[in-house]
Structure formats: structure tokens, C-alpha cells
Design a protein. Structure first.
Length: 145
């Protein structure tokens, strides 16, 4: 099983390199695309909710949100129901980048699944879904999404 974790790590790192190059014109990092996509999909989400949605530590969310705000991709607004809480909204710049993010993700998956039959693609996807559910349960975060 050690090769599984090594392979998963290599796929993740290669995906990051690929995305970093593809997003160069937008000035976003390979991790920031997920933040933009999730904030676009859930406008008005709080940092706490985003942390749970993405399975990322709150401090990482705070850093990435600050960077994306500085770059003009998101804006934080006070929650009218709770002035201590900030709501995250995509800007027009984020909404424009969302299409590129989808294209890049689709292209990456096509590269990964090159040479796979439809049945093999479905099987890998089903196995990955099961692995993700097991990982969520093992991390104590199963079913929170």
C-alpha cells in the first residue's frame, strides 16, 4: 500500500504544477482555484463554513481568503445577522475566472484518464468516492459537507 500514497501524492503535486502554469495569466496559485470555485458556488459563505466545505484548516482559509481579496477575486462583507462574522462573495473577476478553472479541471481529468475505457473511468471514480468517504470518516469529518 505504500505506493498508493506515493502515487496519490505525485498526482496531487503534478496537478498543482499543471494548474499553476494554466492560471499564470490570472495570478492565482494552484490551491486558490478551489477557493474561487467554492465561493462562486456558495456566495455569502463564511470562512468557517468554507473550512468545513473544503476540509481545510481555518488558518489556511484565512490566508487564502486574504490573498484572494488582495488580488480582487473575492470581497468580505459583514454578516448583517452577526457583525462578528464575515461573508465571502465572488467579484466579477472571480466569476470570469470560474470558466477557466472548469476548463483546466476538465483538461486535467482528460489527461489523467487518457487510455482508460469508459468502464475503467467509472470504476476509478467509484473507488475514489469510497476512498474519500473513508477519509472523511477517519478524519472525524464524515458527513459534514
Amino acid at each position: 500500500m505504500p505506493s498508493f500514497m506515493r502515487n496519490a501524492g505525485e498526482i496531487w503535486r503534478c496537478a498543482n504544477l499543471y494548474r499553476l502554469e494554466e492560471y499564470e495569466e490570472y495570478g492565482i496559485g494552484s490551491y486558490q482555484d478551489s477557493y474561487i470555485a467554492d465561493i462562486c458556488a456558495h456566495p455569502g459563505v463564511t470562512q468557517e463554513q468554507l473550512s468545513k466545505l473544503m476540509y481545510v484548516h481555518k488558518s489556511n482559509v484565512a490566508r487564502q481568503v486574504a490573498s484572494l481579496e488582495e488580488k480582487g477575486f473575492i470581497e468580505r462583507r459583514a454578516d448583517p445577522a452577526d457583525r462578528r462574522s464575515l461573508l465571502l462573495y465572488p467579484t466579477d473577476k472571480a466569476l470570469a475566472a470560474r470558466g477557466k478553472i472548469r476548463e483546466v479541471h476538465t483538461a486535467w481529468l482528460e489527461k489523467l484518464f487518457e487510455g482508460f475505457s469508459a468502464e475503467e473511468r467509472a470504476a476509478v471514480s467509484a473507488f475514489m468516492d469510497r476512498l474519500a468517504e473513508n477519509a472523511k470518516r477517519a478524519s472525524g469529518r464524515g458527513g459534514e459537507r
